[in-house]
Ligand binder design. Sequence first.
Ligand code: SF4
Length: 378
Amino acid sequence: MDPHFARYPFFDGARAAVGDADISPAELIAEDAPAVERGLERVERALMEGTVAPEDERRWTDREELLSYPIARILVSLVDTPAAVDKYAAAEAATAHDRLRADFESDDDGLQSTGTRPVSLNDVLREFDLSGDVRPERDGPDGSGGSSARRSGERRPSHYWVDVGAYLTLSTAEWGERWRLVNRELAAGDVRVTDEELRRLLEEAVRRRVAEGLPFSVRGSAAGEEIADALDDEVTALRNLLNDHDAAGRAEVDAVVPGLFPPCMKELVQRARSDESLPAHSEFSLVSFLVALGMDATEVTTLLGADGEAASRMETRVEYLADAEGAQFAPPSCASMQSYGDCVNRDERCETISHPLSYYAGALRDAGEVRDWREALS
Ligand code: SF4
């Protein structure tokens, strides 16, 4: 099996690899195989934390990772709500985005961070039929070299030119003003994008591929009924997760008072404000916490003192986190924060709660009259 399929199970070739594994999802479920547990973790983490990366990378084999993907799709289909599909597809795409960045950097350095050849930009462009649509800047908008002109180990350019049709297909004005065509540099039918913006477009290509065909009908045959019955407990737990986080995330918090944030979030705010580039999981934790307080993109970037590329990235993240129906990704629990190494400076209140939002709700309640930080902005 190509080990890339464990990290990118939505690649076309991964479907054949699942077939070659010689065991059907129904058999995996009947056997309660490890891939079923990993599939459940995949969806749980997608709904709660916006990632499908495992808590413990070493726990699962490549085969289990690969087989967990069709199981996760079955689970999402059985949960059968638009929010579950949206959040699951977004989380698969966000995880792929992080992995692609790591792989591209390894490819630049000629290193093999995953013990196998990293996936290159050319591999991904080919996968999504974009090879003819993206050119590195060094070729210029009229260049004929194409992305395949770049050799492995050669440092990637900071900018690319993307065919306007592909750009318009993958981007949306909802991502913010800077993505609108009128605000872009255009030449010879190509749009100039940064390296990071190109990865954002690829993330969207992944999201669409993952969302395609979801949810599908699982029931409707004897085998389907059996699968659905066997996963009944898991599906109920996932539905409860979706319901819980809406209640936990917004019910008790109606003001933004940074001085009352839990210690972990104060630390992340301070690190972000000092221009540190936070790891993706830390930035997700912080931004999802702020979004759960009802902050919009401008408020988040203002509080964190972000500008330029960092501000754009955070704005995109805020839009991802708060969907059109107002349902939100819950910020990670204290247990997850601990596993990320982001639970720091614990105090007495930390001993009484299991979620940073509960900490903040309690601190707000105890503080009585408070002044909302946002009042100073108006
Ligand atoms: S215990 Fe929870 S609220 Fe307290 S610092 Fe750790 S993660 Fe934050």
